[in-house]
Design a protein around this ligand. Structure first.
Ligand SMILES: *Cc1c(COP(=O)(O)O)cnc(C)c1O
Length: 386
């Protein structure tokens, strides 16, 4: 067993997939976003999703697609970023669905006259100002060009910059998408997909949508805006949201999303050494920490080399169901925690998972949710359990 590792539970991934698909029967196709090595979970989870209703996938690059195909050769797979023209042969071998970001790309692509019957998705820029078409006429022209080519226009999509929990920009983006696609007959395009997991959870299905994309939530995180508690601050926040919605006539936000999702990733390590430290002694780099009492510490084989970052905003780890704080600086490969006499050198330490939620980890490290999953998942030995 590696000193530090992540456990990925495939049965949990399968259950999350079943719960999502059952919750949103109004969507015909679920596109599981598995970029970033499936948010650090690795492509070993693909079939747990595929066998449980998530039947289409999205990756970011040809490299990711190649890794995906080692696990699954049949699932339709959209490359969200435009494949370099000189790699179309690879894309064909990987049976990729291509995203078309603009007219320049489309023209060069059509000129290549590939043998492979590529399926294409037109990307619409509804206000993100990243990839995608911004001109209505051009979008129509692109659709016509594809229609008279040997390829299939299978999809059209955009990506939201905001989720509209209390901002007016969500509605504006959706209106923009409708406007930009108004010259197309959307009913003839099998997959019209908008947004991401948060948009799926927080809003009713837009009538034009036939498919949806989601990332984070598949891995077990309920990111819906129902996380408000009942404290004074939470009530104030809910009131603010309501005020914005009335003021700007915004579309309704669904808050109480009852959807059972369980995190599939747990990060664990062993203890390298237990040590007694006397009051007044220093611990770690820069002698930055001084023991304010006699204490016992445990040295852990975890540092920023394991993808957790180097910030420590009150980080704790879990041992036998109890929390223990980090003391001293987090190094490249090691850090120390303050323990008590109950902790034994053979005890298992949990850094993420069980009582240590992703939200807590985010506060400890100052990292974003997906960023944590990537850092932890990609930088440690992965062990799949079924
Ligand atoms: C990453 C990504 C998603 C998934 O977003 P989540 O917030 O993880 O649900 C969906 N669509 C596109 C285009 C993406 O890049």
């Amino acid at each position: 067993m590696a000193d530090t590792y992540v456990e990925i539970n495939r049965s949990i991934m399968a259950q999350n997939a079943r719960n999502i698909v059952a919750k949103y029967p109004e969507y015909g196709t679920f596109i599981g976003i598995v970029k970033g090595d499936a948010y650090g979970h690795g492509y070993g989870i693909i079939n747990a999703l595929y066998d449980n209703g998530i039947r289409y996938f999205g990756v970011s690059s040809t490299e990711e697609a190649a890794d995906f195909r080692k696990e699954n050769t049949e699932a339709p797979l959209l490359c969200l970023e435009p494949v370099a023209i000189d790699r179309l042969a690879e894309a064909a071998a990987l049976k990729l669905t291509l995203a078309i970001p603009d007219m320049e790309y489309l023209k060069v692509f059509l000129d290549c006259k590939c043998d492979y019957p590529f399926k294409l998705h037109i990307q619409i820029d509804s206000g993100f100002n990243r990839l995608g078409f911004k001109d209505k006429q051009e979008i129509k022209e692109a659709a016509d060009m594809i229609e008279s080519s040997p390829y299939t226009l299978e999809g059209v999509y955009q990506h939201y910059a905001t989720a509209g929990i209390f901002d007016p920009y969500y509605d504006a983006q959706q209106a923009k998408f409708r406007e930009l696609t108004s010259l197309l007959d959307l009913s003839k395009i099998p997959l019209v997909h908008l947004g991401s997991g948060i948009a799926l959870m927080a809003h009713k299905k837009p009538d034009i949508a036939t498919a949806t994309r989601m990332g984070l939530m598949m891995y077990g995180y309920n990111i819906s805006p129902d996380s408000y508690g009942h404290g004074v601050k939470d009530r104030l926040r809910a009131m603010r949201d309501e005020y914005y919605h009335k003021k700007y006539h915004l579309s309704e936000v669904i808050r109480d999303v009852e959807l059972e999702l369980t995190p599939a990733m747990t990060m664990k390590c062993r203890i390298l050494q237990l040590k007694d430290v006397n009051k007044g002694e220093h611990i770690g780099y820069g002698a930055a920490y001084t023991a304010d009492e006699d204490m016992r510490i445990a040295v852990l084989p975890v540092g920023y080399n394991n993808g957790i970052g180097h910030h420590d905003h009150g980080r704790v780890v879990e041992i036998n169901g109890r929390f223990y704080p980090v003391v001293g600086e987090i190094g490249m490969n090691m850090m120390c925690i303050k323990v008590d006499r109950d902790v034994k050198s053979s005890d298992e330490v949990i850094l993420l998972g069980d009582k240590i939620t992703l939200g807590m980890f985010s506060r400890f490290s100052g990292m974003g949710l997906a960023e944590i999953m990537l850092g932890v998942g990609k930088n440690n030995t992965r062990i799949y359990i079924d």
